[in-house]
Design a protein around this ligand. Sequence first.
Ligand code: 26W
Length: 822
Amino acid sequence: STAAEDFPFYLDKEAFKQSVQRHLHTTYGTVESKANSLAWWKATCSAINELVFEGLTETHKKHSGIDTRAVHYLSLEFLMGRLTRNNLYNLGIFETARDALTELGQDIDTLCSEEPDMALGNGGLGRLAACFIDSLATLGYPAIGYGIHYEHGLFRQEFRDGHQIERPDSWRDYGNPWEICRPESIQKVPLYGYVETEFGPNGKMRKVWHPGEMIRGVPWDIPVVGFGGHTVNILRLWESRADDYFDWDVFNAGGYVDAQAEKARAEAISKVLYPNDETLAGKELRLTQQYFFCCCSLQDMLRRYKRRHDDFSHFAEQIVIQLNDTHPTIAIPELMRQLVDLEGLKWEEAWAISQQVFAYTNHTLLPEALEKWDVVLFEHVLPRHLEIIYEINHRFLDEVVAKKWPNDDQMKQRLSIIEEGNPRMVRMAYLGVVGCFKTNGVAYMHSELIKKELFPYFYELWPERFTNVTNGITPRRWLKACNPRLSALFDEAVGTHWPTDLTLLRQVVAKADDPKFQKRFMAIKHQNKQDLAKVILQLTGVEVSAEAIFDIQIKRLHEYKRQHLNMLHILTLYRRLLQDPDLDIQPRVFIFGAKAAPGYKLAKDIIFGINKIGERINADERIKGKIKVVFLPNYRVSLAEQMIPAGDLSEQISTAGKEASGTGNMKFALNGALTIGTMDGANVEIREEVGDENIFIFGLSADEVSSKLKAGYNSRDYYYNNPELKAILDWLDSDYFTPNQPGALASIKRSLLDGGDPFLCLADYESYICAQQAVDQAYRDKARWAKMAIINSASVGKFNSDRSIQDYVDTIWKLKSYPAIE
Ligand code: 26W
């Protein structure tokens, strides 16, 4: 591990021990003989916090002292997971704490698993935000994350007879030791009501919004400890509360009960994270959530700015705001409102500032994920913002579009932020592109598709606004903390600086052929697989062998990610084994983890299908345990940390052109799994880094996918032309996997045939099966596999999220680094 002297907060074991004991007594009012693991964990956190808060104060002093430019990362999701282990590693005191706790009779792993995951996100986008704030603090950049303090994060998933059941997630039930409430920074948020045009004393016209309701936003700060402990930034999450002033009105009118109802309505805003990923529901509460946190965050920024400046001439030098997808784009008209209506700036001045401040990251090309809001709903919730959007749009169409394409009404319609139709809709992605100085995609290929397919005319208008920043992952959480065995091996091989300079691992490529190194590398993988096998047994009751290939697909359940293509491979192998029980295949365990959006019927059917197929296969003695299938319930960050170090094969099999980037693919490669994948998202760049001979690429390219769809794709052709494919699909109509429930899996087959197979599973089936055969062959040659695994692990330094952040800094944010503590 990194040398203690590299860290500013060296704390010896005795001091840590005493601190934990003191907190056990004086913070939690208990004693060693009574305390359970939860109490010990909390006391440990309090001991850690003594260092964290010191770093927080120092960072705050440094950054406010020099009045520095800072990035404000607005995101509806931050998928933080657990923080204890992460904070210990980032402070450089993990070993100290572990040994201190051992002497207190406590096991650090047990204590760390007392912490509930902070599951304030759905998937890739939320986890990316979490990796980014880790990297920002590690690199010493002035930064703040802004989001919502959801009372309930993403639902907890249980299986009942193979079906997904959603249960509420309550991550703060017993208090969260990391968060600090900041009532001194409460903000007020207006909603509903109407707008009036008034004339001021000078005869100047102005718009006045008379809100129908006022909500309070209460900030909770989560300290974000950078690796090395030199900077501690904050994540500021807003909780909604009823406004007391409003309560009093209703109360005085004799409406005590009504006042309680008002309170419940207000608190509903931050009650629960929407569990939809890639599909929008158009719900009023979701728009309210988006506005609520943007409004609070902007007021917070303006308040801080105004403490040091008496006009807005330096605003765009001090502040840059990154919008994590379109979810916070309402911040653009909100800044205009605050500057024009509240601060009295001229429209042109305010717009010039606004245009220099905002940048937008797009995370998806799927049409069903592109946010649009019904104009009528919008006007009801945010009447003033709709006016402002009309004004932005009007000026854009008249001054920009009409200049470039004179007398071209069709072009105006195409580019309008308002989509004409019934109903009329506000296109949030267009508002993003028009209101931001940069729009970026999250992998090279995705950024190209944004220019060519998603916003071709905007690209023609403003080519300089479009750019790429390839995603990354923090190597602290996704290697150092989750895979201590491999980390120790790398420490030995290249020294201890790889957690901040991941490209150092390239040196390990030279050892990829060394039999001794291969042995050690694969022994570690084997131990990690044994650990996961225990978890699998505990969670599913299924016994699996660490000798088998661990073939893992973990990500949200979605048709475009094609968990059902993986399922078709499983069915193929199973059928072949039944036909020939002596078939020579490498034993495999197929491991899944995925949550389906509660309203996404087919996604839930696929989960059910995999569970049922697994039950049948796992119980079938004829195949002698050659394949097993397990679906681990309640996939989340902390489970990913146990699964990824144990992966042999990483399934990245989305339809080409659909996965913007993927980040799980990076985590697996870094931990020595080989990728089987399509030419999609960041897979393309992973292939570039590891070399074509160290990855299993299959399937249609994005170009081939779109030409096939244009030419009229007929999945039935594949069904009728491939008897094996036909047989396994027909299996789904039977009750073979669902005794007494014939046809319970038929919806999956139907989607692939009658449904037209929109994500081309059948077109890619044969190529996928071939690639899987190549995997099987490669695994037989232990030395070859080891070499490939080592090369993967050593070659993906590019995907360090520190590099992503440095790219954002260089091309978009233009920040300077100011580590607070030397
Ligand atoms: C409106 C509903 C909704 C909710 C969430 C639409 C879209 C989303 C997200 C954009 C979904 C998401 O997490 N996208 C993923 O973002 C990752 C980080 O950039 C990428 O690696 C994934 O490819 C992308 O699917």
